[in-house]
Structures are given as C-alpha cells and as structure tokens.
Design a binder for this molecule. Structure first.
Ligand code: ADP
Length: 611
C-alpha cells in the first residue's frame, strides 16, 4: 500500500468519524469525555500535591496545607465518580461496536446491485475488507481508540506546558542556569524523545503491515482447516467418510510451522518502541536534572520542583502520544481507504420511480421483447432474442434442458439483472421505470435454491415479524403442511432450525419446500413462479406438487419451470427453451404433434419415467 498525503489522511479520517457517528452514536462523545476527565486528574493531583509540599515545607502553613489536601481528595473523588460512570456507559457501547462495524458491510451488501454480488472481483474486495476488520479493525476501531489518545495528547501537552512555564521563566541568579538556550535545549530534548518515538512507531507499523499481509493467508487457511471444515454440519458427512480431519490436522501443523517465521517480525515490532521508550527516558532524566539544578540554585521550593519534574515527564508523554497518533493514522487511513473503496461501489442500474397499478382483477400483462442477456464475463449469451407475452391469469410452463436459460428469464423478470438487449414490459411500460421494490412486490417466486430462515414458522411464511395467524395456517394447510403443523407443539410460533432456539424444529427438504410454497401463497402477489423448487423430488411427485399448487393458486398468473416436461403439461401454454432461445410455444397437444420438434423429442426421451 502506498503512503497517503496529510490532506488525504485528514479527509479519510473525517469521513471515518462521520461513519462512526452514524453507526455508533454516542460512543465518540463518551470516549472523549472519559479521557478528558482521566487526563486532567493527574495534573490536578500534581498541582495540589505541589501546593501541599510548599505549604508544609516552605511556607509552614499547616491549615492551608490541610485545605489543599481536602481539595485534592474532593477533586479525585469527583473525577473517580465521573470516570466510572462514563466507563460503564461506554463499555456497553463499545461491546456493540464490532457488531455495528459488521452492519456497515451488511448494509452495503444489501444495497449492492444483485449482479455485483456475483462479481468475483467485488466479492474479493469485500472479503479483503472484512478480513481487515479482524486484522486492524479496518481503521474503524483505531478511530475509536484514537479519540481518547488525541484528547489525552492535547490535554497533556496543553496543561503540562502551562504548568511547566514558570520553570522556564524562573531565575536562579546564576547566569549559566538562567541562559534561555538552556531552556530551549531542555524543550528540544523533550521534543527529540517524541520524534524518536515517531520514527520507531513508523518502523514498527511498516513491519506490522507486512506481518498483517502475510497473516491474511494464514487466517483464511486456519479458519477453514481449524474451524469450518471440522465444525460445519453440512460438511460433516464427507469429512468423516473421506477422513478429512487428518488432512485438516496436517494442514494446521504446516500452517503453525510457517507461523513460526513470524517470530522475527514480532521481535522487531517489540524492539522499536523499546528503543524509543529508552530515548524518552533519557530526555526525561535530563529534564529532571534541569529542574533539580534550578531548585538547587534557589529558583523555587521543593513543592514546585516536584511539580516541574512531573509535568516535564508528562510533556514528553504528550509529545510521544501525538507522534504515535500520527504514525497510527498513516496506517489505519490505508485500511479505511480500502473500506471506503468498497463502500463507494456505485449502483449502476437505472432506478425508476413509477408506482405500479394496484389492480384487484390482477390484470397485469408482461411482455419480453427481443430479450438478450449475457452474464458479466460469460463467453456467450444465456438468453438470445426472446420474445414472449404473458397474459393475465395464464398458466405458462417454461421447459427445457438444464442450462437452457429458464432461471435466467425469471431473474430478469424479477429485475435481479437488467437485460443486455431488448426489454421487459409490464402493462406496456419498461420495468426499469417502476420503483424497484414495488415492482418486485408483484412476484411470488420459489427458486430451486430457496432459503428459509431460523425464525418462527409463522414469520417464515409471512416473511415478516408480524403476521396474520389464520392466513399463515391456511397457506400452510394449502401447501400440504397442515398435518405436520398440528404435530408442532408451538404451532406457528415454533422456531425453524436450532440456531436461536434449542427447541427449534429441524425440517426435511420436502417440508421446507411446502413452507416455501406457503410463503409464496401468503405474499398474495399477482404473479406466482415456481422455478423447480421440486428438483429434488422424483418426476411423478413433482407433477403432483405442481398440479395441486396450480389448483390453489386461484386466478393468479403462474409460471411453472421444469426440465421435466410432464410436470407442466397441465399449463395453458408451454414455452420450450433450448440453448438460451425460445424455440417452441404452444399447448402440450400442439407441441407433441410437431414432428421433429424439441418438445416431442424431449417428451419421448423422458416418457419412460412416467410409464
Ligand atoms: P436453467 O434454469 O435452464 O437450468 P440457467 O438460466 O440457470 O438455466 O442458466 C443459463 C446459462 O447461464 C447456463 O449456461 C449457465 O451456466 C449460465 N449461468 C447461470 N447463472 C450464471 C451466473 N450467475 N453467472 C454466469 N453464468 C451463469
């Protein structure tokens, strides 16, 4: 990664803080306030302690010393209460912080164009940024820790300079000691300590980043061999049958062997700050010597000497903190920049604003006009010049061999992709012109790889937290899940799967499919599309599911997709797809009668399944 200019870093840092304010409200204010109190407290203590020593040993005023002591106790008490209250409130926010960081990703993933979700380079970019989250907090966690550090450095520098000022102004009457160059020298010494630290921090960070880059592969491989491969229930069967745990163990041993190489980097990372801390110690010692000599020559009393020695070392701490912040910022801005590049991936699709007509009679007509589509990066079109009209209330079958473009047609209809050429019209208007979410609400689709969620059964069917209990039950009954539902002790409240609830219900593939069908019914959209959710069933069962679903679909427009022709023979019209083209369209009887037609050929080839 290349270095960033100060201006660029400032812009990135400010944008990062904007994001933090949006996703973790109150966290920054809390951290800032807590640090303000935490950093001011030692200065108050130093000041009060110095006054007490002066009162006791120089001015010999016991009563005033007692008053200062009382002040010291009171100030420390107030600071302690404030700190602890702020810490409590802050801990809670901080515990949620990583979840909010992850939310930044999920929000972006949800907002990405569907086509980008399949774009390997974009998904690699996302993976990289997500991995950075665990390596370097993506810069976001550093921003959070940076706030206290910045406040601490600011307060420490400001207060220590103010409190150290009399040290440099005080006179001993000794020309050598009072020479302004000596004061400048002491200040330079302190700054030099800080600069040493800055150099060390930059070097340490360079080693750290190299180490991080090397660790990405290690973490990825470790997460897979050390966790996912052995833990995931989906892989458990194959892992056991093919004895993959031995492979995992061997790979882990190799990884851990390679990891030892990292020891050198860790040593270097420890060495640089240690050397810088030694340099700072030296500059502190020189500062103390200066204070001691001034006190020795009578410039001030013991109390003030204690104060100056303490604040000079604090001044060094402040400079060091500021240098550290600068070096740290140079690194985390690179990570933030990478994250922003991902967050800035634009939505390229046209977003229409037309509202769709709300029609009780479901009189919506769809037309595919000269439609072609090629997946990004694919060598050939998945659909070629398809023209087809879908009439309201019609039952259309889309059949063809695997890979002939059936699912692609439905994905385009649902506007998951935009056509490469041609258009799709809803009631004569190109679908891009409609407001996307509203347009999508017209379709109930059950895809082959449909997905149910680990929520309550009712919530799954309604696809919402709130639902109409009776309607949910009715849809489940219609979809053939009635008997199973009556055997579920918690009814529609019962959770699916065990992710969130130990008493969650494990369901079979067939049951899941019935729930998915019930979900499609519950949505009550004017178009219903079944895209081979029955692929795992045998041909006869698929036909039964399709034809019985057809009866309950009522007057809706329905599209049934299958590579098995017999499953859809009840439909009004059948569209036959082959290699991305619509090659035949007609009723079952018409298509079967077409000599040399693909439908007839496929039908005859598949006929043995139904005899
Ligand atoms: P069907 O539903 O008829 O089985 P699809 O519409 O799924 O066929 O696929 C049509 C063609 O597009 C196939 O050649 C398939 O490999 C390709 N294809 C499908 N999905 C993608 C994708 N996400 N990226 C690239 N090519 C794809």
């Amino acid at each position: 990664m290349k270095k960033l200019s100060i201006r660029r870093r400032a812009a990135i840092t400010l944008r990062g803080y904007g994001l933090l304010r949006r996703y973790c409200p109150g966290l920054l204010q809390n951290k800032a306030l807590h640090e303000l109190v935490r950093c001011t407290q030692p200065f108050l203590s130093i000041w009060f302690s110095a006054r007490i020593i002066d009162e006791l040993f120089s001015l010999k005023r016991a009563e005033t010393a007692v008053a200062y002591a009382a002040g010291l106790i009171l100030v420390n008490f107030i600071c302690a209460v404030l700190k602890s209250t702020l810490e409590r409130a802050g801990n809670e926010k901080q515990a949620q912080m990583w979840d909010w960081f992850r939310k930044i990703f999920s929000d972006k993933q949800m907002a990405l164009d569907f086509v980008d979700l399949e774009d390997a380079s974009i998904q690699r970019q996302r993976q990289q940024v997500e991995e950075n989250l665990y390596m370097y907090g993506n810069g976001m966690s550093q921003l959070v820790w940076g706030i206290p550090s910045l406040i601490c450095a600011g307060v420490t520098l400001f207060l220590s300079l103010i409190m150290a000022l009399p040290l440099f102004l005080s006179k001993t009457g000794h020309a050598g000691m009072d020479h302004p160059l000596l004061s400048v020298g002491v200040l330079l010494c302190t700054a030099l300590g800080g600069l040493c630290y800055s150099g060390a921090a930059f070097r340490e960070n360079a080693v750290f980043m190299k180490w991080c880059a090397g660790n990405v592969w290690f973490n990825r491989a470790f997460a897979f061999f050390g966790g996912e491969l052995c833990v995931s229930p989906e892989r458990a069967k194959d892992v056991r049958i093919y004895a993959q745990s031995a492979v995992a163990e061997k790979s882990l041993d190799e990884l851990i062997g390679a990891e030892k190489e990292n020891q050198k980097a860790i040593f270097k990372m420890a060495l640089y700050p240690a050397l810088a801390t030694a340099a700072i110690g030296l500059s502190n010692a020189l500062g103390c010597l200066f204070v001691a000599l001034k006190a020795f020559f009578g410039a001030f009393g013991a109390g003030s000497a204690v104060q100056y020695a303490a604040v000079l070392s604090r001044l060094g701490d402040g400079v060091r903190e500021l240098m550290f912040l600068n070096a740290d910022n140079a690194v985390y801005c690179l990570y933030l920049q990478e994250m922003f590049a991902y967050l800035d991936i634009p939505n390229r699709r046209y977003q229409g604003s037309l509202t769709t007509e709300k029609r009780e009679d479901n009189d919506y007509a769809i037309e595919f006009r000269d439609l072609s589509f090629r997946y990004p990066g694919a060598p050939a079109d998945a659909l070629q010049r398809v023209s087809l009209k879908l009439r309201a209330g019609e039952r259309l079958a889309v059949v063809g061999m695997n890979g002939s473009g059936k699912t692609t047609l439905i994905k385009l209809l649902c506007r998951l992709y935009d056509p490469s050429e041609g258009e799709i019209l809803l009631n004569g208007v190109p679908i891009q012109k409609y407001e996307e979410e509203e347009y999508r609400s017209l379709f109930s689709v059950v895809f082959q790889d449909f997905c149910l969620f680990s929520f309550g059964l009712g919530q799954n069917v309604a696809a919402s937290a709130q639902y109409d209990e009776e309607r949910v039950r009715d849809c489940l009954r219609k979809a053939g899940f009635g008997e199973r539902l009556s055997g579920m002790p918690q009814g529609t409240k019962g959770c699916l799967y065990k992710d969130f609830d130990e008493s969650g219900v494990e369901i079979s593939g067939g049951e899941a499919q019935k729930i998915a069908l019930a979900r499609a019914l519950y949505k009550n959209a004017p178009f219903i599309i079944l895209d081979e959710p029955t692929a795992a069933l045998d041909p006869v069962s698929e036909y039964e599911v399709y034809s019985s679903f057809n009866e309950i679909a009522g007057g809706k427009t329905a599209v049934y997709i299958s590579h098995r022709l017999a499953s859809c023979r009840f439909c009004d019209r059948i569209a036959v797809f082959h290699e991305g083209k619509l090659i035949q369209l007609g009723t079952h009887a018409q298509l079967l009668a077409e000599e040399g037609g693909k439908y007839r050929e496929l039908w005859n080839a598949q006929a043995r399944y139904y005899q």
